[in-house]
Write a protein that binds this ligand. Structure first.
Ligand code: PRP
Length: 179
């Protein structure tokens, strides 16, 4: 589908992201120290860059798994349906689990995913999102850790797409339409 022309203005530099990821890793370390195994669950697809950087900062016994969820329906409805398109490969019962997300927007995705994973009785379930847009929230959800709180802007890069493009930008940028 053709889009209006746009440019991308840098909002959070690669350097700032790297520094924040280091800080977040220290917090995670503190919370999960002594764990026999931490299952780090990336939500496809947007989290793939963040999870790759984050796990390399963790000096813990880590297992990596992925889950894909997709939401359907009117985004203005708090009843918006979230479906699991791809489930975990491994078991999480009795395990320490960290769910990694690129952005919390309405909150539906992470709220649903944490409810869904809780039914498998992990020992500890935590969530982390690189970006948080509280102005867009439709359900009461707060990630355990957040990298950056941002205003309601259309952002791309570091895993986040615009019509499946720009995920490979090393920074977080703001889309600005020029036409
Ligand atoms: C985006 C983003 C989060 C979700 C956040 O995913 O990656 O997973 O939406 O929105 P919410 O808080 O309003 O639920 P998207 O469905 O665009 O898929 P993607 O990760 O494959 O880009």
């Amino acid at each position: 589908m053709p889009h209006r022309p746009y440019v991308i203005d840098e909002m959070i530099s690669a350097k700032s992201i790297a520094a924040r990821v280091e800080g977040l890793a220290r917090d995670i370390h503190e919370d999960f120290k002594g764990t026999d195994k931490l299952v780090v669950v990336g939500l496809l697809r947007g989290s793939f860059v963040f999870i790759a950087d984050l796990v390399r900062e963790l000096d813990l016994p880590v297992e990596v798994d992925f889950l894909e969820a997709s939401s359907y329906g009117d985004s203005t409805e708090s009843s918006r349906e979230v479906r699991i398109l791809k489930d975990l490969r491994g078991q999480i019962e009795g395990r320490d689990v960290l769910v990694v997300e690129d952005i919390v927007d309405t909150g539906h995705t992470l709220a649903h995913v944490t409810d869904y994973l809780s039914t498998r009785h992990p020992r500890k379930l935590r969530t982390i999102a690189l970006l948080d847009k509280p102005a867009r929230r439709e359900v009461d959800f707060k990630a355990t850790w957040t990298g950056f709180e941002i205003p309601d802007e259309f952002v791309v890069g570091y895993g986040i797409d615009f019509a499946q493009r720009n995920r490979n930008l090393p920074f977080i940028g703001k889309v600005r339409f020029t036409g």
